[in-house]
Design a protein around this ligand. Structure first.
Ligand SMILES: NC(=O)c1ccc[n+]([C@@H]2O[C@H](COP(=O)([O-])OP(=O)(O)OC[C@H]3O[C@@H](n4cnc5c(N)ncnc54)[C@H](OP(=O)(O)O)[C@@H]3O)[C@@H](O)[C@H]2O)c1
Length: 272
């Protein structure tokens, strides 16, 4: 089993490619010879990525600067992708908020549901029929270990990730024998950049450096898992411990414990 082979016309689509895990996924796909359509709001960052990947890996990179939170701005992208040969889709773009829901910004909470859940659903609905009819395709959904459990003070994020986790693993079960792979990436903490001591958050301080995984490792193991059509990939020991705790601890016990932890993350961020 492998990823769909790159051709001159097919494209791997990566959302949220302007930083973190998405940029690493785009880079790793280009390294493996796949031409790309990269999506995020910051077009200038995507333009730099395009220049770097095209020079380094001799692939074609198309930039789509789109706000995935806005259904009207998403529509032209969906219309375009419905007519393209999308071989791989990495549904990676995502945002999170921390703190009590009543104190958070109304519009941003709604945007979070759009980006983390509705846009992912839209993109899959758009590209899946083509993948099934071609008998080949691969979809990597970037959910989270946070989607395995109730998390007070992170409610919108946890619920959107629960949607993506469950949707991904359910869909995979329908696609047996179609040639279309679906894998859920459900990480715990992934260090997306070097952080100066004074900028470290509560989580950066309490999780020892050796337990963090980086974006390059995460991208590599995720694409390897997608090639093998694994149901779920959970990178690193800390993510795996979170995953086991989230899946097997009674929810009534888990919620207050993680809620206290996430309340600390929300300090000073409510309304952000
Ligand atoms: N890092 C972790 O510890 C961790 C753990 C579990 C799950 N995850 C999940 O992994 C994914 C990537 O996370 P990350 O840590 O790499 O995050 P990140 O560095 O903050 O990157 C988020 C990406 O999403 C894009 N994005 C955000 N809002 C968007 C919008 N409205 N429209 C289009 N693109 C948008 C951003 O691009 P623009 O700002 O340019 O739009 C950026 O490229 C997310 O789904 C996250 O929930 C991360």
């Amino acid at each position: 089993m492998s990823l769909p082979l790159p051709t001159a016309s097919n494209r791997a689509v990566v959302t949220g490619a302007s930083s973190g895990i998405g940029m690493a996924l785009a880079t790793e796909l280009a390294r493996r010879g796949h031409s790309l359509i990269v999506v995020a709001r910051r077009g200038e960052v995507l333009d730099e990525l395009k220049a770097r990947l095209e020079a380094q890996y001799r692939v074609t990179v198309e930039v789509r600067a789109v706000d995935l939170a806005d259904p009207a701005r998403r529509a032209p992208l969906l219309e375009e992708l419905a007519g393209r040969d999308v071989s791989i889709l990495c549904n990676n773009a995502g945002v999170a908020t921390f703190g009590p829901l009543a104190a958070l910004d109304f519009d941003y909470e709604k945007a979070q549901v759009q980006v983390n859940a509705v846009a992912c659903h839209d993109l899959i609905l758009t590209v899946l029929p083509g993948m099934v009819s071609r008998g080949t395709g691969a979809i990597l959904n970037v959910g989270s270990a946070a989607g395995n459990m109730p998390i007070p003070n992170n409610a919108t994020y946890a619920a959107t990730k629960a949607f993506l986790n469950t949707f991904s693993e359910s869909l995979r079960g329908e696609l047996k024998g179609t040639g279309v792979h679906v894998t859920l990436l459900a990480p715990g903490p992934v260090r997306t950049e070097e952080i100066a001591e004074e900028d470290k958050t509560f989580v950066d301080r309490i999780v020892p450096d050796r337990l963090w995984v980086d974006t390059e490792y995460t991208a590599r193991v995720s694409l390897d898992a997608l090639a093998k059509n694994k149901m779920r990939v959970v990178p690193g020991p800390l993510s795996q411990a979170m995953s086991v705790a989230g899946n097997y601890t009674p929810r009534g016990l888990m919620a207050p414990l993680v809620g206290r932890f996430y309340a600390k993350l929300g300090e000073g961020q409510a309304g952000a």
